[in-house]
Design a protein around this ligand. Sequence first.
Ligand SMILES: Cc1ncc(COP(=O)(O)O)c(C=O)c1O
Length: 380
Amino acid sequence: MQLFDVYSLFDVTPVKASMCTVWDDKGQQYLDLYGGHAVISVGHSHPHYVEVLSDQLSKIGFYSNSVQNPLQVTLAQRLGKISGYEDYSLFLDNSGAESNENALKLASFHTGKDRVVAFRKSFHGRTSGAVAVTDNPKIVSPFNAVHKVTFCDLNDAEAVETALMGGDVAAVIIEGIQGCGGINIPAEGFLAQLRALCDKWGACLVLDEVQSGYGRTGKFFAHQWDGVKPDIITMGKGIANGFPCGGILISPKFQAVKGMLGTTFGGNYLAMAGALAVLDIIESESLVDNAFSVGSYLIEELQKKVGHSFKCCPGAKIQEVRGRGLMTGIVMDSPVGPVRNALLHQEHVFTGVAGTQMIRILAPLCLTKEQADAFLATIE
Ligand SMILES: Cc1ncc(COP(=O)(O)O)c(C=O)c1O
């Protein structure tokens, strides 16, 4: 049997990693500025994370959601405290897409409505409803396309209100900062406008913090820069530093009904051990502050390099740099593929991309200033 060939792969085979460093099977060392798609939050194989997960596995690895699991309760309490959402409830699942799926389902149950307003350049995942609210026709099959979705331009409150006036909108879903669409930060005040419009027209505001959340921007969730409170917040990626885990935070206005949401694996002991270890490390190492200070330093220094090139790819110039904390986009003046390849194979730095012209940086939250400087030194 062969693998179903859907991924474009680099010719690199990582075999070992520590914090922001990765080694391949030939012993080559890399600086990881991408964390495997924003998943590595507290650092690769952090000793505390390894210890807590290993210890949990030696005790009990899995049982179902039909028994008491105190680790879930502890996670809910600690997450409530660190995020500032102590009065919200937590539902645990396994991925970002599943979190968005559950959020939209919950909004629809709550309102009795079936349309969702989403934004151009959005990415919310690849499962049925999540991909339907994703603005990329190439990954939406006819089966997904039957969902009722209205796409509006980011920051166009008037278009959102026009959609809401139809009276059938269950939810407005928006990323804290658009990641795959190109590091687009909602304009100041736009999230507050959405909050007011959702209240006016009886729709739920869903904030997708799968990529922008968990401390990456210098607040626990990116939307907290705008002081709004969504009805549902979705999470994934860095929540358990690579052990598959997702979840949603649910406002007290929603009534839980037995059986309305569910999953086999969500909230399992290993995911919970990983998620609790992540919170231990985020707190003890002040990683939210670190993401902000090192991330802001990197953005400021990169902005000084506009008009310059990476030494490994002199043909392409930096055109613009935008982002918040460790969620950064470097817009190049030409296609980004050769730049990313050269950074990986010549400078040995892992980065990501967004669209055709942006290098995307989603480094582990423990990135040091020295590591940021090492990256800056790759620019002429
Ligand atoms: C904003 C956002 N939402 C949802 C998802 C989907 O997460 P997952 O791949 O874990 O299903 C992603 C993944 O990149 C994302 O960036």
